[in-house]
Design a protein around this ligand. Structure first.
Ligand SMILES: *[C@@H]1O[C@H](CO)[C@@H](O)[C@H](O)[C@H]1NC(C)=O
Ligand SMILES: *[C@@H]1O[C@H](CO)[C@@H](O)[C@H](O)[C@H]1NC(C)=O
Ligand SMILES: *[C@@H]1O[C@H](CO)[C@@H](O)[C@H](O)[C@H]1NC(C)=O
Ligand SMILES: *[C@@H]1O[C@H](CO)[C@@H](O)[C@H](O)[C@H]1NC(C)=O
Ligand SMILES: *[C@@H]1O[C@H](CO)[C@@H](O)[C@H](O)[C@H]1NC(C)=O
Ligand SMILES: [Cu+2]
Length: 166
């Protein structure tokens, strides 16, 4: 649900308590930023998609995407674009139907093989009662991992969280 005045710094400080007030917050990889009021603004929830302050290497074999979510039934889309063409957002998974609130971590969201070596942006879209909501992260498409993907500490599923590709 929309909560008018809370800002990202306060949200981070409040941690889990804040999930009752935010639509969803991208926690992994490092987000371009969170603004509750602007989260419905495509492509990046009110933040400049070209921002490169904190870039996460993204193996084309897949990386972990962790969110805090407050809506009980939502559909997720995971898309990527090249930094050189931020009008061309490409889905890297089917749509995911997810229920339950709290932490939700998809451990293997792929990159795009054809874009290996290029700078890009990961876009996470939540469709729910508040319409489409957007969060992004600056990434670089890198070679697939030969070992099992690392799931960052804290990228977990809360009790009662379930999901199904549709
Ligand atoms: C977004 O950031 C890029 C790169 O820093 C800059 O060139 C562009 O003007 C910014 N766009 C907006 C709308 O602020
Ligand atoms: C980038 O993100 C990492 C992981 O959250 C953090 O440790 C680091 O301080 C961030 N760097 C900047 C410049 O924000
Ligand atoms: C960006 O991608 C779109 C869709 O593929 C394409 O039509 C457009 O020509 C591309 N623009 C640039 C600058 O490459
Ligand atoms: C998503 O899952 C819920 C709970 O199982 C179900 O009621 C709903 O119909 C599903 N929505 C879609 C779009 O598949
Ligand atoms: C969280 O649940 C989803 C859907 O069941 C699953 O694909 C994912 O691997 C789980 N995440 C973790 C960290 O176990
Ligand atoms: Cu909401």
């Amino acid at each position: 649900m929309l909560f008018k005045s809370i800002k990202s710094v306060a949200l981070i400080a409040l941690g889990v308590v804040a999930i009752a007030e935010a639509h969803f917050v991208l926690q992994e990889p490092v987000s371009l930023g969170f603004d509750d009021d602007a989260e419905g603004t495509a492509p990046c929830g009110g933040f400049n998609a070209s921002s490169r302050l904190n870039v996460t290497n993204w193996p084309t074999s897949g990386g972990a995407v962790g969110v805090l979510t407050t809506h009980t039934t939502v559909q997720w889309e995971y898309k990527v674009a090249r930094l050189s063409n931020l009008t061309n957002w490409v889905s890297v998974t089917p749509t995911l139907n997810q229920t339950g609130v709290g932490n939700f971590c998809e451990t293997l969201i792929p990159g795009k093989k054809a874009w290996e070596g290029e700078s890009g942006v990961l876009q996470v879209i939540q469709h729910g009662v508040d319409g489409a909501l957007y969060q992004c992260a600056a990434i670089k498409f890198v070679k697939p991992l030969r070992t099992a993907a690392l799931v960052p500490t804290g990228c977990t599923n809360s009790t009662g969280v379930t999901a199904q590709w549709i």
